[in-house]
Design a protein around this ligand. Structure first.
Ligand code: ADP
Ligand code: MG
Length: 264
């Protein structure tokens, strides 16, 4: 008899099996994703990296139900993406914070609650503004905020329905390096605190290593998952981690995996 307890594998919250996607234009058909299989477990932070145009955004948009599934299977919490979306399974953020200019920060954060016509408020929007470091800015308008503050507001908006899953497509890509570093540490703190399942697309290898439990490396044209690596660094992670040899080792490994792809 086994004397140790073997933990059951964590349930996949997002499961893609053999997902392919092609875009048809008047002139050509372009295969954006080719046979992608990937599982994101409940409570996991998984980042996707890969060359520009390899299908990262397409993958995220399929998961979010923003693009129709053409082939393969895709389940979110055991349901098809559209159904999961209707059940409030995810909050989404993009590179562009996309706040409505005529609404205050607080009214922007509240918007998903109005759209979903929920009774009661799962998370107090003001408490969320404080969580993302924007307390005192609730009456400001988007144009009165810096780019970093706009992304903070977008994150609060994504969290306001308390979804179990966060989908983030290069949320910090348009920010300067200093703001970006600051925000990745904020996200580290917030996701540890809120225990979300996160699917995160980034170009920054350091960002992927700092935040993730696993990193999926994609290759391009057509987009495929090249490999998925475990980031076996202890949590909580801090800025100090970024100078550790083990951390830099992971960054180097990811860089060489990406380089192999561009040399191929
Ligand atoms: P990434 O996010 O990795 O940069 P995308 O998922 O945006 O890549 O795009 C993958 C491929 O699909 C690219 O070749 C892109 O040109 C193409 N593509 C994406 N969206 C469309 C679209 N709406 N119509 C036609 N082609 C598209
Ligand atoms: Mg993209």
């Amino acid at each position: 008899m086994l004397s140790t307890t073997i933990a059951a594998p964590a349930a996949a919250q997002i499961a893609l099996r053999d997902v392919s996607h092609a875009f048809r234009t008047a002139r050509e058909t372009r295969t954006a994703l080719d046979g992608v299989s990937l599982e994101i477990r409940s409570g996991e932070f998984l980042s996707i990296i890969g060359p520009s145009g390899c299908g990262k955004s397409t993958l995220l948009r399929l998961v979010a139900g923003l693009l129709p599934l053409q082939s393969g299977s895709l389940q979110v919490n055991g349901a098809v993406p559209r159904r999961a979306q209707q059940a409030g399974a995810f909050g989404i953020t993009f590179q562009d914070a996309a706040l409505l200019p005529w609404r205050t920060v607080l009214a922007n954060v509240r918007l998903p609650l109005e759209v979903q016509r929920r009774r009661g408020t799962p998370v107090d929007p003001r408490a969320l503004l404080s969580l993302v470091g924007l307390s005192g800015f609730d009456r400001y308008y988007p144009h009165q905020l810096s780019g970093g503050m706009q992304q903070r507001a977008a994150l609060a908006r994504a969290l306001v329905t308390d979804p179990p899953i966060l989908l983030m497509d290069e949320p910090f890509a348009a920010l300067d390096e200093i703001t970006r570093t600051e925000l990745r540490h904020e996200l580290l703190r917030i996701t540890a605190q809120t225990r979300k399942t996160v699917l995160f697309v980034t170009h920054s290898l350091a960002e992927a290593v700092l935040l993730s439990d696993r990193v999926a490396v994609m290759s391009g044209a057509p987009g495929r998952i090249r490999t998925v690596i475990d980031i076996d660094l202890p949590r909580p992670r801090t800025a100090d981690n970024e100078d550790a040899p083990q951390f830099l080792g992971y960054v180097r490994r990811l860089r060489s995996l990406l380089r192999e792809d561009s040399d191929a």
